[in-house]
Design a protein around this ligand. Structure first.
Ligand code: MF3
Ligand code: CO
Length: 256
């Protein structure tokens, strides 16, 4: 069942995703060599709570933290830890969720720590551009496969891997609603996009093979070949004439 949102509901989803954008900016400001991912999780949780929301990930299917923080070869769902210390040249994917006024916010951004290798910088730029290309397809009358194909074609044109085991999703009162939004697929296939749908588009792109391993902590997903991976996520409302992006990366990028 795909829920179509009213204008008011889209407004509440926007409030949540702007708060997530601000929380990502706050975490991003603190990503420096020597900080632990556990400390970054605390910053995220305090920020979300002090703005009248609760962290949507905490306790979700037993998830033990407020943020997912995935470093280098970790793709997504990295559990914050005292033992993971950020160092110069790392890439750090931060995925945050809020729950406020009955709705969920969910967005992610991958940060570079100081000077990263040029090929790693390119991985970040291409993953973000793949998200933008997918988003450009998120309009009423298109199909989910138009988004999927746009993401996949762009990422693969650079020889990168597109992770298939995880996907984007509908967003609303629940974090995961229908439809699923894969990052690979075919134009013209999949559910039709309708005005009022709200979805998360979230490419997970690897520098090497697309194969991933699910770690024994029950959460962390990493690349099998231990090459770096990037993850960017937008919440998007579908409009007649295009995508209405509810997440605001400019809030994050202004603070870098
Ligand atoms: N943001 C993730 C997603 O889009 C959810 C994180 S999993 C959780 O699916 F358990 F941490 F919530
Ligand atoms: Co998501």
């Amino acid at each position: 069942m795909i829920y179509l949102k009213t204008e008011e509901e889209i407004g509440l989803l926007r409030e949540n995703n702007i708060l997530v954008s601000k929380a990502l900016a706050e975490v991003g400001r603190h990503i420096k060599p020597g900080v632990t991912t556990k400390q970054l999780d605390k910053i995220a949780e305090d920020f979300i709570r002090s703005h009248g929301a609760t962290p949507a990930f905490l306790g979700y299917q037993g998830y033990p933290a407020s943020a997912c923080i995935s470093v280098n070869e970790q793709v997504v769902h990295g559990i914050p830890s005292d033992n993971v210390v950020i160092k110069e040249g790392d890439i750090v994917s931060v995925d945050l969720g809020t729950f406020m006024k009955g709705f969920v916010g969910d967005s992610a951004y991958t940060f570079a720590v100081g000077e990263v290798a040029p090929e790693v910088r390119q991985l970040l730029d291409v993953t973000k551009e793949a998200l933008y290309r997918g988003t450009a397809q998120a309009k009423a009358g298109n199909r989910v496969g138009d988004i999927s194909a746009a993401v996949q074609d762009y990422a693969e044109s650079f020889g990168y891997g597109v992770v298939r085991e995880l996907e984007g999703h509908g967003l609303g009162r629940k974090m995961h609603e229908a439809p699923g939004v894969p990052n690979f697929g075919m134009r013209g296939r999949g559910p039709m996009l309708k005005e009022g749908m709200v979805i998360c588009i979230e490419p997970m792109i690897t520098m090497g093979s697309r194969a991933v391993v699910f770690e024994r902590d029950g959460w962390t997903v990493r690349t099998k070949d231990r090459k770096p991976a990037a993850h960017f996520e937008f919440a998007v409302a579908i409009r007649k004439d295009g995508a209405d992006v509810l997440t605001d990366f400019s809030i994050i990028e202004q603070s870098l």
